[in-house]
Write a protein that binds this ligand. Structure first.
Ligand SMILES: [Fe+2]
Length: 344
């Protein structure tokens, strides 16, 4: 059998260091998800840069059906490669593999809560990429799976609330919609548990947060990736996403009504200047008001291709000054959120 991994790691190719960004048609999978001595039911790819070339390439490192060997794992670790790639076309197989592994891991008393939560995080990240990328996987079954992962998170938060905050430290600095939604979902789980909500509500909030921007997949990519100012027509297209998302999620029976309203109203401002309906604060769903805060905070503190991430202290300062004076946010939830972030 050809040792693809060996070939892929030939000396003339330098592996690209840890990078969780998605590359066209491929999704990242942290190495910790591959079980040694187990058959891998999907192809594994590596991101490498040939000597003298500036752009990295994705090359196959392990064929579907091969056993992932310990010496391969060691080699990747020695090269400081902590993430491999998978084809978006094989996502279903990847999900099944992760799901099975996760069940075993969660039942293992020798694993720490942090190890467990990292793996739930990886699984839900793949779930999100998949859900946003492919029309065919948007089924009730997939939504149920996400709810199961949110329950796993809930169990872990219950034992240690800081777990989610640790995960947020690792969050993906990607401008992709799915990454933003996952970050907002994690913030939502941590914040609603800080507010002492019960499990059912936390999970429903987390699910809606996870898909809140799904309507953006209907917005042309050129508009989403445009670095300059949007024209009026382009802006009008972006402003359709809450309603598009609401319509897309409406068909799922496992979405709570509050969650659907959250998707629809997450860009409404307290003073009526938001979209799509221009509602005043009293007419909006409280869950949507919370999401309005989390969404803005995540956007402000995450890196974008055209600007670095803002430091949390500066974000906190802006929230306590500009945000508190503005009529955009719900003042009570904002006060709690500042407290939650440790701003007293
Ligand atoms: Fe949005």
């Amino acid at each position: 059998m050809t040792d693809l991994l060996e070939l892929a790691l030939e000396a003339n190719e330098a592996p690209v260091s840890f990078n969780l960004e998605e590359a066209g048609g491929y999704g990242p999978l942290p190495l910790r998800n591959l079980s040694v001595d187990w058959e891998v039911p999907f192809d594994i790819y590596l991101k490498v840069k040939k000597q003298g070339e500036t752009d990295p390439q994705i090359i196959k490192g392990c064929e579907r059906g091969e056993v992932f060997r310990r010496d391969w794992q060691q080699k990747l670790l020695d090269l400081k490669i902590s993430c491999v790639y998978i084809s978006l076309e094989e996502m279903d197989r990847v999900m099944q593999y992760l799901h099975h592994n996760l069940d075993l891991l969660l039942a293992d008393p020798n694993k720490t809560d942090l190890e467990k939560s990292l793996r739930v995080y990886d699984a839900i990240n793949i779930w999100t990429i998949n859900f946003f990328a492919s029309e065919t996987v948007r089924t009730g079954e997939h939504v149920k799976l996400a709810m199961k992962y949110l329950d796993n998170f809930f169990d872990l938060i219950e034992s240690d609330r800081h777990i989610i905050l640790n995960l947020l430290d690792l969050r993906r600095h990607s401008y992709r919609i799915s990454a933003h939604c996952l970050n907002v979902c994690l913030l939502g789980l941590a914040f609603t548990s800080f507010l002492n909500w019960d499990q059912e509500h936390i999970r429903a909030f987390g699910l809606a947060a996870l898909v809140h921007d799904i309507g953006l997949i209907r917005t042309p990519r050129a508009i989403l990736e445009k670095k300059g100012q949007l024209t009026e027509e382009e802006m009008a297209q972006v402003k359709r996403h809450p309603l598009d998302g609401f319509r897309m999620m409406q068909e799922f029976v496992n979405m709570r009504w509050e969650g659907l309203e959250m998707v629809l109203q997450h860009h409404e401002n307290g003073d009526g200047s938001g979209y799509p309906q221009g509602l005043k604060i009293s007419a909006t769903q409280p869950w949507a008001r919370i999401l309005r805060i989390l969404d803005s905070y995540e956007a402000m503190t995450a890196e974008r291709p055209w600007r670095p991430a803002m430091k949390p202290q500066k974000a906190l300062w802006i929230m306590r000054n500009d945000w508190e004076k503005s009529k955009l946010f719900d003042p009570n939830f904002l006060t709690f959120f500042v407290k939650f972030l440790g701003g007293g």
